[in-house]
Ligand binder design. Structure first.
Ligand SMILES: CSC[C@H]1O[C@H](OP(=O)(O)O)[C@H](O)[C@@H]1O
Length: 348
C-alpha cells in the first residue's frame, strides 16, 4: 500500500507528489506551517489526503503549544490555526471537515494536555477510518462493473490522494485483490498532470493495465465505444448532488452523457457538504498562472499572456449516474437520498 501521509510521535511524513513519477521523496514535517506549505504546493493533494494532513498539522501545532497555561487562550489560538489551514485549499470540503472535527472533540477538553491528547487521537481516527471507507467504496464500485471492463478516470483519486485505496481507483485495488481484470484510461489532467504523473504511476505500481490520453482525446475516446464507464473522485458534493472535481471533469460528464457512457463519482461522506445547497455555491480555487504557462519550468507561451486557472469545475447532478459512497451507490433524487445518509430516520 502506497501511503501519502503518515504520522508518528510529532513527525508527519509526506510522499512529495510533486516529484512523482520520477522520484519517491518523503518529507519529514514537524510544524503546522510546513503542513500548510505542503498543501499549498500540492506536495500532498487529494481531498481526503489534505484533510488528513491538515488534521495532523493541527496536532503538530497543539503539541508545540502544550506549555500554554491558559486553556481558553490555547483553544482560541487553535481556532486561528484551523482557519489558516482551511484557507489553503477552499474547494475540497474534506479539509474543513477534518479540521472542524478536531475542533469539536477538543472543545470539551478540561486541560491543554487533555486537548493535545484528544486532537492526536482524533486525527489518527480520521486517518484509520478513511482507509476502511475507501476500501468499502471500492466494494460498492465493483458492483457496477464486470471482469474485463475499461474505465476512464480523471486526475488522481487513488491511494495517494487518500489514506489508501483511493476513491475512484479503489475498484481497481479491489479487483486486483479478487483476480478481476479492469483496464484504465487515464487523462493527462492538465495543467498539473495528476493523471499522467500520479494515476499512471500508481496503477503501474499495482500492475494494472493503464492507457494515457491527453484531455483533448477524452470525448473521442468516449465516442469510440471502448469505455464502459467513467469514474472520478470529488472535492465537494453539494446537497443536490452537483459535484466539484478537478478541472476537466465537467467536459467528461457532458461527453459521457452524449455517448451513453455511465458517469460515476466516487467519494466518502466526508466529501458531501449538505450545507452547500448547489454547485453554484461551491468556492472554486484559482491557482497560479505558472501552472498553465510553464511545463517543467519552461514557458510554453508568451510572457505577456493573461491566464485563467480554475483548479476545479462543477458537474451538474443531472450528468451523474451514481455517487459511490461507503454507504452504497446513491442514485436518482440526490437531494433526498444524500440527506438520508446523514439523517436516516427522516428518510422513512
Ligand atoms: C480522492 S481525491 C479527490 C479529488 O482531489 C483532487 O484534486 P487535487 O489533485 O487538486 O487535490 C482531484 O480533484 C480528485 O478527484
Amino acid at each position: 500500500m502506497i501511503t501519502a501521509v503518515t504520522y508518528n510521535d510529532g513527525v508527519v511524513t509526506l510522499l512529495d507528489q510533486r516529484k512523482l513519477p520520477g522520484d519517491s521523496v518523503f518529507l519529514k514535517l514537524t510544524t503546522v506551517e510546513e503542513i500548510k506549505a505542503a498543501i499549498l504546493s500540492l506536495s500532498v493533494r487529494g481531498a481526503p489526503a489534505i484533510g488528513i494532513a491538515a488534521a495532523y498539522g493541527l496536532v503538530l501545532w497543539a503539541q508545540s503549544n502544550r506549555k500554554e497555561q491558559d486553556l481558553n487562550v490555547f483553544k482560541q489560538s487553535l481556532i486561528t490555526e484551523a482557519n489558516g489551514l482551511k484557507a489553503t485549499r477552499p474547494t475540497a470540503v474534506n479539509l474543513a471537515w477534518a479540521v472542524d472535527r478536531l475542533l469539536r472533540v477538543s472543545d470539551t477538553a478540561a486541560s491543554v494536555d487533555g486537548a493535545v491528547e484528544t486532537l492526536t487521537q482524533e486525527a489518527q481516527k480520521i486517518d484509520e477510518e478513511d482507509l476502511l471507507i475507501c476500501k468499502t467504496i471500492g466494494e460498492h464500485g465493483l458492483t457496477l462493473l464486470k471482469d474485463g471492463d475499461t474505465l476512464l478516470t480523471h486526475c488522481n483519486a487513488g491511494g495517494i490522494a487518500t489514506a489508501g485505496y483511493g476513491t475512484a481507483l479503489a475498484p481497481f485495488y479491489l479487483a486486483r485483490e479478487r483476480n478481476m481484470t479492469l483496464h484504465a484510461y487515464a487523462t493527462e489532467t492538465r495543467p498539473v498532470g495528476q493523471g499522467a504523473r500520479l494515476t499512471v504511476w500508481e496503477l503501474e505500481q499495482l500492475g494494472i493495465d493503464v492507457t494515457l490520453i491527453t484531455d483533448s482525446m477524452a470525448a473521442h475516446t468516449l465516442q469510440s465505444g471502448r469505455i464502459q464507464a467513467v469514474i472520478v473522485g470529488a472535492d465537494r458534493i453539494a446537497a443536490n448532488g452537483d459535484t466539484a472535481n478537478k478541472i476537466g471533469t465537467l467536459s467528461l460528464a457532458v461527453a459521457a452523457k452524449a455517448f451513453g457512457v455511465p458517469f460515476y463519482v466516487a467519494a466518502p461522506l466526508s466529501t458531501i457538504d449538505v450545507h452547500t445547497a448547489t454547485g453554484a455555491d461551491i468556492p472554486i480555487e484559482e491557482r497560479a498562472a505558472e501552472e498553465v504557462t510553464h511545463v517543467h519550468g519552461r514557458i510554453i507561451t508568451t510572457e505577456t499572456v493573461r491566464v485563467y486557472n480554475p483548479a476545479f469545475d462543477v458537474t451538474p447532478h443531472q450528468y451523474i449516474d451514481g455517487i459511490i459512497t461507503e454507504k452504497g451507490v446513491i442514485r436518482g433524487d440526490y437531494q433526498t437520498n444524500l440527506s438520508a445518509l446523514f439523517h436516516p430516520a427522516a428518510s422513512h
